[in-house]
Design a protein around this ligand. Structure first.
Ligand code: NAD
Length: 261
């Protein structure tokens, strides 16, 4: 712990579970007050309790990122509770394979496509839009967007996820340009041990074989952990990254350094 985020207020979407929870906890360890938001209220409240056990401040605000009015309330509550917003972490996302198994581009339903679009892209944009006035008042503002190796290569049966994660790269660059000096960066994980990855693997005919196939394709022979990602997000949010903006950072065990899986 370095207190790299001491005195900062961080808003994290999808912080009830997975990497969002790990990041919320790591932000708290680094001294931040954390606004935990999600659609899973019980797990969201549990994240807040875990932060309280660390002796840090957090509040849970229910927020479905597909609903702009809930996003407005999220940002207003952050400001009312902690006096401003210094960091926005756009993390909440869904994956069509995790929901319904492989969905080839000529088969995916309009409903599923729209669900992925509304969560993984429009949600990031709306959160950015409604956090922006507050971030502009921060002395050290930063946005960190969760992208994916699917932003960079096409995975089979995942056309909406691939498309929206690809768009996150350009949203990140546009945000960095339009909101400067607010910094905005994104990162691209490969497989990370979370509920999303478990549901994704369950959609495969032989989940264990796919898990092993993933690991075999990483130069570092393991899946990622939520903590691997949480540390990167905290770095990107901190002053240590003060000259990094508009960047796309791989965090993938070397997967894309040699081949795409
Ligand atoms: N796990 C991986 O292997 C992996 C790899 C690359 C990128 N990612 C990305 O990392 C981020 C975190 O993924 P994860 O694996 O921790 O996912 P996860 O499913 O384990 O957790 C995501 C959280 O987002 C919440 N959420 C879903 N829809 C929401 C909505 N409409 N509004 C608010 N919250 C909502 C869920 O309730 C959940 O708590 C996502 O952007 C994901 O696309 C994950």
């Amino acid at each position: 712990m370095t207190d790299a985020l001491a005195g900062r207020t961080c808003v994290v979407t999808g912080a009830a579970d997975g990497m969002g929870r790990a990041t919320a906890l790591e932000m708290a360890r680094e001294g931040a007050a954390v606004v935990v938001s999600d659609v899973q209220d019980e797990l969201g409240a549990e994240t807040v309790s875990l932060i309280a056990e660390l002796g840090e401040n957090a509040v849970y605000v229910p927020c479905d990122v597909r609903d702009e009015s809930q996003i407005k309330v999220l940002m207003q509550t952050a400001v009312a509770q902690f006096g401003g917003i210094d960091v926005l972490h756009n993390n909440a996302a869904v994956h069509e394979v995790a929901i319904a198994g492989p969905q080839p581009v000529d088969k995916i339903s309009n409903e599923l496509w729209n669900l992925v679009y509304e969560t993984n892209l429009r949600g990031y944009w709306w959160c950015t839009k409604h956090a922006a006035p507050h971030l502009k008042r921060s002395p050290a503002p930063a946005i960190v967007n969760a992208a994916s190796t699917a932003s960079l290569v096409g995975y089979p049966g995942s056309p909406a996820y691939n498309a929206m994660k690809g768009a996150v790269l350009q949203l990140t660059r546009s945000t960095a340009v339009d909101l400067a000096p607010v910094r905005c960066n994104c990162y691209c994980p490969a497989g990370v041990e979370t509920p999303l990855l478990e549901s994704f693997l369950e959609g495969a005919p032989d989940p264990e074989a796919v898990r092993q196939e993933l690991i075999d394709n990483y130069l570092v022979k393991r899946l990622g952990t939520p903590e691997d990602i949480a540390k990167l997000v905290c770095f990107l949010a901190s002053d240590a990254a003060s000259w990094i903006t508009g960047a796309v950072i791989s965090v993938d065990g070397g997967a894309l350094a040699w081949r795409a899986l």
